[in-house]
Design a protein around this ligand. Sequence first.
Ligand code: NAG
Ligand code: NAG
Ligand code: CU
Length: 603
Amino acid sequence: MLFWYFLPVLLAAYKLFNFDLEDTYESKDGVYKAYKTINGLSPGPPIIVDEDEWVEVHVNNHLQTSAAIHFHGVLQNGTPWADGVPGVTQYPIASGKSYQYRFQAKNQSGCLWYHSHFRGYLSDGLYGVLYIRPRKERKRPYHHITLNIEDQELLMQLEKNPSFLIADDSFKLPMDDVVMRMFRYGIDPLCIQSVLINGKGRIYCHPERRFRKLASKNPNLRHIPYFDCLGCLRDDSIVHYKGSTLDHNALEFPGYSAPCKPTYSLLHIHYTNNTDWQYINVLNAGGQYTKLFSIDDHEFYVVAIDGIFVTPQRVSSVVLPVGSRFTICVETRKEQHENANLPFFIRFTTTHAPQFVEGLAILQYGPPPKNDQESDCSLLGKANLDLYTNGIRYTDLDGHLIEPNRKAIWPQQTRPYEEQNKLKHKSAADVTFPFYLHRFELVQFSMFRDGSQLPLHMELKKPLLDSLAEGEFSQLKLLPAILQPPVRKGQVIDLILDNYKHINHPVHMHGHFVHVISYSDKENFPYKTVQEAIENGYTNLNLEDPPYLDVVLVPVGGHVVLRFEADNPGIWLIHCHNIGHLMGGMGAVLLESLDEIPQTARN
Ligand SMILES: *[C@@H]1O[C@H](CO)[C@@H](O)[C@H](O)[C@H]1NC(C)=O
Ligand SMILES: *[C@@H]1O[C@H](CO)[C@@H](O)[C@H](O)[C@H]1NC(C)=O
Ligand SMILES: [Cu+2]
């Protein structure tokens, strides 16, 4: 194999991470299932580096299948071939082979993550966090949280070694089976078995009357005739879609889950270690559901979204679309709670139909017990968890606030704090691409009005970057989901994403963070360009202080407009982060500054 690097790469010192990918069969929520692990772990080991440091991730694939690792939120400026997308930047890493990713954590910081970008294997456990410690010169927002200098210094300390709470949607079957069912029977992988937090969880069975009660408060649910014991609602308009005659019970269609058996496996416990503040990165790594996050009896401060510092807000909970990260600071002083010696629940709850399911972890004051047997807080052993609360519980099983006057924020409601992350280009864009997110068959998804898709088999095809390097430009015109024409360096790009209906789509952009300059959950964008909207005084525009994100939830029947500058030569995927939707074709490819893409470093 030929090793070829260009000069800066040669001179750099790398922080090395060795990843051994392996198949396992284990129980994480009380039921055995096949998982894929990294160094025996799922979530995999955290990658923690300093800003501007070079990183090398050496992946050894011992799985029975191919794999690839994408570093979500890493801009890969100067290293587009390290983006980890089969068919775009590399071939999948075959079973038994190794692959080196080399990139720089250049001029960016905070909580990012990594995950498989091949087939649905992300949701078999191939994911973990990637945290870049912010460099000294960055402006922090901590003095907006506390005026106490010691507390500010403590937060600066904790920022170096933060904690993580990572939620995952655990499907009942391994992803190859889930996807097989999806394409064979037209069943979108909808209902999950449990929400894992840091790889731990339980199966909770709730009586139907529990859901009935919630439905009575929630107008969207009143018409639902039945909830199964996993909280999956039976919606007859879906069941009889196109007059299909399926064995709904055998296929566990929503509303038909097999009788639920609760489990009592260990939950993740976050120990405060008697520190007055907790600095936590909260990630939704799931393949399916937007989640509401809260900690009983603890309001907290949001300080960053997707790794970007924001103007802090004090909230009771946050809403995490799939792929999003909130960084939060939680004050943990015993005297502020009535029963600080008892555990508090940490909750991730799905927010939308068709399933109401909650994952729980525990916040425990003090250090972990001395004996290394993890205490499971005997109190919580077989107790009816649904009824246990210590202090105020903010969120309910339907993913809504219990007291509506409390505050829950979306990523779209944050504002970047540092000057460099604010919007600079406020006038007309140079290029506008329109998108139309919709489903046109049971499991066929598209980002384009004409139904163009990113075909699944593309993952096995010659990577687009390779085609480009070999001068096969015609390859870059083959797929209708490749945006034409390529954008050029320095151009300002607008993406208008209209969502037709059905369901929300968390759209992720590779190679760029984006400003959300227009948003509505009520209507599609009524103009051809942002300029036209400005001229007509469109009130949903925000060119003053738009949020800056790498995943943007596009609401049902609504729209977002995303703006970025073409400052990162490469070939970048734009796609829905819901695994079923991505596998169903919901993606597009941006060609950016093709003549400036650096020579590919061959592996
Ligand atoms: C508390 O201490 C334990 C054991 O030293 C450590 O594993 C854990 O990460 C600490 N918790 C926090 C929030 O720092
Ligand atoms: C870092 O990126 C910002 C934009 O996000 C830019 O304004 C700034 O000049 C960059 N700094 C360096 C040192 O490259
Ligand atoms: Cu989607």
